[in-house]
Design a protein around this ligand. Structure first.
Ligand SMILES: Cc1cc2nc3c(=O)[nH]c(=O)nc-3n(C[C@H](O)[C@H](O)[C@H](O)COP(=O)(O)OP(=O)(O)OC[C@H]3O[C@@H](n4cnc5c(N)ncnc54)[C@H](O)[C@@H]3O)c2cc1C
Length: 458
């Protein structure tokens, strides 16, 4: 089923690759991240310092300040700064955000536990009627951070809807930082000079300003740069391809394999955006396409979209793509189900550019009739040096091809011997990605040549 709408032209160009820039940038950003955490701590040690607390007391306070600095910088990690995220891919940054949050939380927990253990009389009562306000604010900050940890790490087990969780996460994070700031200002230990107080106030307020940037300013900008749905095409396997075209003049540059956050039916300010890879190629300018599998509340409604509806695109993001590795002598793609979306974007780009390098696609699906882009892949195999290996979970009678999962044996049977310079791109369900990575490792593929895109940010 295809529904179409009038087309408009726009310049969607690929981003120029700069290998040198890509090597310099990650180091610069990591150094900046470490500096942002270390500097406010080092400043505390300059000039007058409170004395008499003993090592344990000072150590516990240092843990608290370190945990808080890390928590504040967490806001920068999810602020979607394209320059900062481009060298790593924003999905990797989100994972980093998750692990660092656990470390920061452990530091804060240790801070509180040590103080209670070492000097319970100085910590005082937990009862807000007896405790000084700054101590109550400290406990409230801790409560906010505990709630963030529980709801984030156990979101799926607690069955918290993603959109609800995201709003809750934002509110709790802002409250946690605000309470913690008031706590350290009230306790005044180490923040003895206006400069030191000013620095920590700036750090905490910058974190809150980043939330305003991501949740208000950027969505407001996006709302003023709308796109329009121009085509909804039914694909195999309960999937739909949605095409959108711009209703504004701002240029949009992306690489094949990247993704965007897409808002449909609700303005970007409503925080109901969902991440989807481009299945279109930047070599075919004028429109963006997303291929979406009906899996949950939002994706199940894609088939009901109508041409002419408004859409908003926040992107591009991600570092999953062949353009990042121009020196590769060939590529191996491993896809499961709708994980083919970013891979077909890359294949379309390679076909349009007349790429002559050898390409292998291992494509896992349950059934033959559910294979998204099956016919197009056959056509592309005629234009590219592309070898498509279908692996079916429930093959039809008489099937002579591969069956089951994409295992080490399946890969070893088809991959050529001279593939030292190849890069490997894996996208699909998490268990499939894990199996593929394990299998490739056992086939001596170095980790630096494996690139995976997990369709799950949290
Ligand atoms: C980088 C990336 C690229 C993706 N590309 C594609 C693609 O090309 N095609 C495709 O079909 N799917 C893609 N996905 C998956 C897609 O985003 C989810 O399937 C979709 O958001 C689920 O929404 P739902 O309400 O239909 O499902 P639900 O059943 O409500 O949610 C299922 C799970 O999807 C995740 N999820 C839900 N809502 C969001 C949200 N707003 N933001 C982030 N994650 C969310 C959560 O982990 C949730 O538990 C991609 C995901 C990521 C992270």
């Amino acid at each position: 089923m295809i529904r179409t709408h009038r087309r408009r032209r726009l310049a969607i160009k690929p981003i120029a690759a700069s290998p040198l820039g890509r090597w310099i940038q990650p180091g610069t950003w990591i150094a900046l991240y470490l500096a942002l955490i270390a500097l406010p701590l080092l400043v505390l040690l300059l000039g007058d310092r409170p004395g008499g607390g003993g090592f344990g007391w000072d150590f516990a306070l240092a843990l608290g300040y370190a945990g808080l600095a890390m928590m504040a910088v967490q806001f920068a990690l999810t602020a979607r700064f394209k320059r900062a995220t481009a060298p790593f891919g924003i999905d990797i940054i989100y994972y980093f955000h998750r692990y660092l949050a656990v470390i920061a939380f452990m530091l804060l927990l240790l801070h509180a536990a040590l103080l209670v253990a070492i000097r319970p009389e100085a910590v005082g009562s937990i009862d807000p009627r007896e405790a000084p306000a700054y101590m109550t604010l400290g406990w409230l900050a801790m409560l906010a951070f505990v709630s963030i940890m529980v709801t984030s790490l156990l979101r799926k087990q607690l069955r918290i809807d993603y959109d609800v969780w995201r709003r809750m996460h934002t509110v709790l994070a802002v409250l946690g930082i605000a309470f913690a700031l008031l706590h350290i200002l009230g306790s005044a230990s180490y923040l003895l000079t206006p400069f030191k107080r000013g620095l920590w106030i700036t750090l905490a307020l910058s974190a809150i300003a980043l939330v305003v940037h991501v949740r208000v300013i950027r969505p407001w900008w996006l709302q003023r740069h709308p796109w329009r749905v121009t085509e909804i095409r039914q694909e195999r396997g309960r999937s739909w391809t949605v095409a959108v075209e711009p209703q504004h003049a701002a240029a949009f540059h992306y690489e094949p394999g990247q993704f965007s956050w897409l808002s449909l039916r609700a303005s970007p300010l409503a925080m109901r955006e969902h991440p989807f890879s481009f299945s279109s190629s930047p070599t075919r300018p004028g429109r963006l396409e997303f291929t979406i599998k009906a899996l949950g509340d939002f994706t199940a409604t894609i088939g009901d979209l109508q041409p002419g509806m408004a859409a908003w695109v926040d992107g591009p993001y991600g570092a999953f793509g062949v353009d990042r590795h121009p020196d590769a002598t060939g590529h191996v793609f491993i896809a499961g189900g709708v994980g083919i979306a970013p891979i077909v974007s890359m294949l379309r780009a390679l076909a349009d550019r007349g790429d002559t390098r050898p390409l292998w696609l291992f494509y896992g699906n349950r059934r033959w009739e559910r294979i998204v882009f099956r016919e197009e892949l056959d056509v592309m195999a005629g234009h590219l040096d592309l070898h498509v290996v279908h692996v079916l979970g429930e093959p039809p009678d008489g099937w002579t091809g591969e069956r089951g999962f994409i295992t080490r044996e399946v890969l070893a049977r088809h991959l050529p011997a001279g593939r030292h310079g190849f890069h490997y791109f894996i996208c699909g369900p998490k268990p499939m990605i894990q199996l593929a990575e394990r299998s490739l490792r056992s086939l001596d593929v170095p980790a630096t040549r494996m690139h995976s895109e997990i369709f799950d940010l949290a």
